[in-house]
Design a protein around this ligand. Structure first.
Ligand SMILES: *Cc1c(COP(=O)(O)O)cnc(C)c1O
Length: 383
């Protein structure tokens, strides 16, 4: 089976991990700040905080932004469940904004309309909006940031798909239009640490909170302490945090992978272009990427006739093509339906779900393999 995504591990990656294994620190050592500094520098952001998953990063990012019981967080229904669950972890409520049928990202016009309706009905506004850069293509962050200023919400980018992508010439993660950006380093994502994630920000206060929440809410920094130090052993727990730390083994792998990030993204873009060319003229919708966005091309998503959707999916799987569907609309999950969400709530997201297929896309996908995938898809569409 050709998978829809997979990692690319080099000898240099392996050597970097082995070097840490032979060193003094398997965790809480020097590889962590080295990886954090490198990601911050790559993104043009001030600070980066490495954690054990993007899910953890989203959780502590929500907490750092003050999300708690009684608050509301909005996100896209076309995302992995973690983008919404993070708000529930904080005791807040979640709501969704429908997608744009062309970009598959959160619809800016639907967002504005929903914000205006909420104000008109004197209902609560969201405290935080979590835009998701689906398949690696940035949302319209300038428009989102402007709405955030107008309606008073903070912005947390779920860029789990998008490290290495660009928006308006700046790397995704620059946080020019957001408070915090989160990346995932799961093996199907752009670069990997096995499991792992990172939160980047330009705010020293948010950086301090994220760092503390990653390790139990404990600080060893005297300027953050509430009391006088008892001595050199002294630390204080001032928040309820977690053990969300990344290990040095993971950080060393991440730092090594980061050296090839641009190569990975370039290869992914070439493969995506080849898919587009191969399907030209066939009745398939793919993701529209605006002119000021360079996608990291995490996924190549096509939309097909809903009447043939399941059939095409099954044929491709039967032919050894590991297609997937990103994503089942979050609001239709049983857990979310129990909270009162219903089918019909976000029609564009639900229509997308009835048509979308993710084709295999990863740097090591060969031209021959891609040719085989294209042939099977064409066969399905023509017959
Ligand atoms: C993968 C992913 C996550 C979660 O990432 P983990 O590192 O596996 O926790 C969150 N949001 C989106 C959009 C993702 O694709």
């Amino acid at each position: 089976m050709i998978p829809y995504g997979r990692q690319d591990i080099s000898q240099a990656d392996i050597d970097a991990v082995v070097e840490v294994l032979r060193s003094d620190f398997l965790t809480q050592g020097p590889a962590i700040p080295a990886f954090e500094d490198a990601v911050a520098r790559y993104c043009g952001a001030e600070y980066a905080v490495a954690v054990n998953s993007a899910t953890s990063a989203l959780h502590i990012a929500c907490l750092a932004l003050g999300v708690g019981p009684g608050d509301l967080v909005w996100t896209s229904p076309i995302t992995f469940v973690a983008s919404a669950n993070c708000a529930l972890y904080c005791g807040a409520k979640v709501d969704f904004v429908d997608i744009d049928p062309l970009t598959f990202n959160i619809s800016i016009s639907a967002l504005r309309t929903k914000l205006e309706q909420v104000v008109a009905a004197a209902l609560p506004l969201p405290k935080v909006l979590i835009p998701v850069h689906l398949a690696g293509a940035s949302c319209d962050m300038e428009a989102i940031s402007a709405l955030g200023k107008e309606f008073g919400f903070r912005v947390l980018e779920d860029a789990s798909h998008a490290i290495g992508g660009k928006y308006q010439e700046s790397p995704v993660g620059s946080c020019r239009y957001s408070d915090i950006t989160v990346f995932s380093f799961h093996p199907v994502k752009i670069i990997t640490t096995g499991e792992g994630g990172m939160a980047v920000t330009n705010s020293p206060e948010l950086h301090e909170k994220l760092t503390r929440l990653r390790t139990h809410g404990i600080t060893r920094d005297e300027s953050s302490m509430e009391r006088e130090s008892d001595g050199p052993w002294y630390y204080e727990q001032i928040d309820l945090g977690f053990n969300y730390r990344m290990t040095d083994l993971q950080a060393a792998l991440g730092l090594s992978q980061l050296q090839r990030l641009d190569t990975f993204v370039a290869r992914r873009n070439i493969l995506a272009e080849q898919y587009k060319k191969a399907f030209e003229g066939l009745l398939i919708g793919d993701q529209k990427v605006p002119g000021d966005v360079t996608s990291a091309c995490h996924l190549f998503i096509v939309r097909v006739d809903p009447l043939h959707h399941r059939h095409i999916f099954e044929v491709l799987r039967a032919e050894g093509v590991g297609v997937n569907l990103h994503y089942i609309p979050v609001h239709t999950q049983p857990y979310y339906e129990r909270m009162g969400f219903q089918k019909g709530g976000f029609p564009e997201a639900e229509k997308y779900y009835s048509e979308a297929i993710s084709l295999p896309l990863y740097p090591l996908l060969s031209t021959e393999e891609q040719g085989r995938i294209v042939a099977v898809v064409r066969q399905c569409l023509i017959s």
